[in-house]
Design a protein around this ligand. Structure first.
Ligand SMILES: [Zn+2]
Length: 430
């Protein structure tokens, strides 16, 4: 099968091909496969590899659709899927446009990632928040891109991708890069793709290297389809990155099924700040006690993130801060100006962001203290608490920004988060 430049390495439906205006003449040389195959009471989806029971998935027309990958547009047993061979890799030396230096611990990990790529195998990079994960990727990226391989950097979180894109783009200025997420339609494969994990459903054996950042973030951790999407899109090596691996990944590591690079130190060599747990009656309300804690954090750190469990808490906290003379902005998933607001904290236009868990990971601020209100609500998982705490102490000059967990009950989840941080500080591998 000959590769077709505009669709090479992709797997697309008829609707997507129409959107991309692929000439009929090209399709004549290819044969599609059914998107959904039914056998008896079970069905199999060729796009996402899900197996499901036919019973509940019948449309009024009688067609059976796949429920697992519906966010990328519905496919039924009436739909066809076209798979196009990836373009052959043509080696062309790529010079990285980043000239920073790695610490010796980062060097070790960077070399292990290159070995993983060379062996076309899979590896977990478990590095604490603030370890300098992105910089550790540059060498393996340079290698794969110079080999002429296509590379995908994906994450379950859009914000992680938006944060990474300019840094990767700056480090590889001469490489064609596309950023894809949300409702955007298919596009020709660029050498470097930054995208949400879902977007990989449009590719088939296309990438010589796939890097999955923040692999533990919802919904990757709870959705097996995501892992299949990565596997189907891969034609080589896969590297998973996380600061807070879930039980499933750790089990794979313990059983020897997944190689791991473990980096329990931040790039500046200082331990992670250990949260202080404050048990109080009404942590949702910014009363005198909470104000005193906030004032103390602001004395040590130039910036502060205040995490709240839900959007409804944002305004009251912002108003309470205003009464204290503290200028703040609010951020949540549905906030259209959230990129600008994150920037306002970064550049010092405001000193505080009041935010939902949307900013728990993927963002770096210097000299930033962290306050988590209602740290005991179930929506804050252990890994979410570790990630939120991980926003503090990331600069060499201020490694010990304060982290405060305010709660009514000292829950098992809070306990587990603090144990995990202490364990990382001892450099133990569980
Ligand atoms: Zn599917």
């Amino acid at each position: 099968m000959e590769s077709v430049p505009s669709v090479a390495g992709q797997q697309l439906t008829d609707a997507e091909l129409a959107w991309m205006k692929v000439p009929k003449a090209i399709l004549a040389q290819h044969s599609p496969i059914p998107a959904v195959v039914i056998s008896g009471r079970l069905a199999h989806c060729n796009r996402c590899s899900a197996d499901f029971a036919v019973a509940k998935q019948r449309l009024p027309s009688g067609a059976v659709y796949c429920p697992a990958c519906i966010t990328m547009g519905r496919v039924t047993d009436n739909d066809r899927l076209w798979r196009f061979a990836a373009a052959p890799a043509v080696a062309k030396p790529i010079k990285m446009t980043w000239n920073g230096a790695l610490t010796s611990a980062q060097e070790r990990v960077a070399a292990e990632l290159v070995e993983t790529y060379d062996a076309r195998s899979t590896r977990l990079l478990w590095a604490v928040t603030g370890a300098g994960k992105t910089e550790m990727l540059f060498r393996v990226l340079e290698r794969a891109l110079s080999d002429g391989q296509r590379v995908a950097i994906v994450s379950p979180r859009i914000d992680v991708i938006l944060e990474l894109a300019p840094r990767i783009g700056a480090a590889f200025a001469s490489v064609a890069l596309a950023v894809r997420y949300g409702e955007s339609g298919p596009v020709p494969v660029t050498q470097l793709l930054l995208a949400t994990v879902h977007q990989l459903l449009r590719y088939h054996k296309a990438f010589g290297l796939i890097i999955v950042d923040e692999v533990d973030a919802f919904p990757f951790s709870s959705d097996p389809m995501m892992e299949l999407a990565v596997r189907n899109a891969s034609a080589g090596s896969v590297i998973y990155l996380t600061a807070t691996p879930g039980n499933r990944l750790l089990r794979e590591v313990r059983r020897g099924r997944l190689a791991v690079s473990y980096l329990p130190r931040r790039f500046h060599g200082q331990p992670l700040p250990v949260p202080r747990v404050r048990i109080m009656k009404q942590p949702a309300v910014v009363d005198a006690k909470v104000r005193a804690i906030i004032s103390r954090v602001m004395k040590t750190s130039a910036k502060m993130l205040v995490f709240v469990p839900a959007v409804v808490h944002l305004r009251p906290v912002q108003q309470a801060l205003a009464q204290m003379g503290i200028n703040s902005l609010t951020v949540h998933a549905g906030e259209p100006a959230r990129k600008e607001r994150v920037n306002a904290l970064r550049t010092g236009k405001v000193s505080v962001l009041v935010t939902t868990t949307i900013l728990e990971r993927g963002v770096t601020f210097y000299n930033c203290g962290v306050v988590v209100l209602q740290a005991d609500v179930p929506i804050f998982s252990t890994s979410a608490l570790v990630q939120m705490a991980g926003r503090a102490g990331r600069s060499r000059e201020h490694p010990d920004d304060p982290v405060e967990f305010l709660c009514t009950n000292y829950t098992r989840t809070i306990h587990a988060a603090i144990q995990q941080i202490k364990m990382l500080n001892r450099k133990d591998l569980p």
